[in-house]
Structures are given as C-alpha cells and as structure tokens.
Design a protein around this ligand. Structure first.
Ligand code: COA
Length: 172
C-alpha cells in the first residue's frame, strides 16, 4: 500500500450518520455490485442514527468505518438478529470507494470484522451473498476461507440481463 495513505478504522457514533448515508448513496452509483443504486440507499439519516445506537447495544452486530483524513472511504458491517436459533449467524456487508480499491483496505476491513466476530462470544458463522461475476469479491472472501454454499439464480436484473448470486459462508 502507498505509505503516504494513512487509513484509520473505527466504529461510528451518531455524528457519523449523515456521512454514512452520503457515502452509501455515492458508492451505490460507482458499482453495480451493491444491491442499491446511486441515491437509493434505503435508510435516511435518522434511521442510520437509530441503527448506530442499536448496533452499539448489540453484542453480535457491528459497523466498521475506514477513513482517510476523517473522510469515510469504506464501510464493513456484520448484522445479526437476536433469535436464539439464529443469533450466531452474522451477515457481512462491505464496500470500499472506487478511488481506494485494490490497495488492501477491503482485506483489512474483513480481517477486523472476523477478529471482532471471533471474540464477541455469540457469532460462530458469517454469511454473505455476492454476484457470481464479482470476481474480486469472491476471491477476497475465499482468501478468508468462505465457501460457496449455493447459488441464487436470476436474483439481480440490470438493463434486462439477469445475474446470479453466490451464498457464501464461513464457520469461525
Ligand atoms: C470487493 C471490495 C470490497 C474489495 O475491497 P478492496 O479494498 O478493493 O480489496 P483489497 O485491495 O483489500 O484486495 C483484496 C483481495 O481482492 C483481490 N483483488 C484486489 N484487487 C483486485 C483486482 N483488481 N482484480 C482481481 N482481484 C483483486 C485480491 O485477491 C486481493 O487480495 P491480495 O491483495 O492478497 O491478492 C471492493 O472492491 C468493493 O467495494 N467493490 C465494490 C462493492 C462490492 O463489490 N462489494 C462487495 C459486495 S458482495
């Protein structure tokens, strides 16, 4: 990685809510690999504030921001429910803004999320889904030991073309 670039990683506070919404709305337009388009992020600032508060109270969910000079350039999340039978499963989400991709930030976010998950005392499985043609993401997940557990066919449509999703999972 370029030694000039200093990336910091931390959990958000309520004050980050607007920047998080702006970031997701921006990256939604940078890539077709996210489930939402530009300005289509489903939560507003108030809802993200509530999400941050709730997440901070949950043992088995987390949000991790990657920042350069205080500006969000990547976000990783692990989201889990509270049901007895499934609270051990966390759903992983990740995005790094285009300008700072392919310099190791995604790998560091996943490493930190998995390290956190292994030590929270509840999470024993991480799962995610990713487009089959998202070669970079699939390679990244496999590098951490994720296995392809199945394929959901034709679950995404872009300009009339259907795409399949891999369901991937990792036992911790
Ligand atoms: C997928 C994503 C999170 C990866 O983050 P990143 O910071 O670009 O990835 P890293 O630089 O940490 O690279 C991690 C691994 O990805 C692979 N990779 C990175 N750049 C690559 C490239 N240009 N081509 C192919 N593989 C690549 C490599 O396996 C790399 O590991 P290595 O450096 O040990 O070989 C990021 O590209 C992204 O946000 N993409 C758009 C949104 C997205 O697809 N999110 C995931 C949805 S499931």
């Amino acid at each position: 990685m370029d030694t000039e670039i200093k990336v910091t990683y931390r959990n958000p506070t309520e004050d980050d809510a607007k920047n998080i919404v702006d970031f997701y709305n921006l990256v939604g337009g940078e890539t077709t690999y996210l489930s939402f388009e530009e300005n289509e992020y489903p939560l507003n600032v108030k809802e993200v504030k509530e999400l941050i508060i709730n997440t901070n109270h949950q043992i088995n969910s987390t949000i991790l921001l990657a920042l350069i000079n205080g500006k969000i350039i990547g976000i990783g999340t692990v989201s889990s429910g509270n049901k007895v039978k499934s609270k051990h499963c966390g759903e992983l989400g990740i995005v790094v803004t285009e300008k700072f991709q392919s310099i190791g930030i995604g790998k560091e976010i996943i490493y930190q999320l998995l390290t956190w998950a292994k030590s929270n005392g509840v999470t024993t499985k991480i799962q995610l889904d990713t487009r089959v043609d998202n070669k970079k993401a699939v390679k990244l997940y496999k590098k951490f030991g994720f296995k392809i557990e199945g394929k959901l066919e034709n679950t995404t449509i872009i300009e009339g073309k259907y795409y399949d999703l891999y369901v991937m999972g990792l036992m911790l």
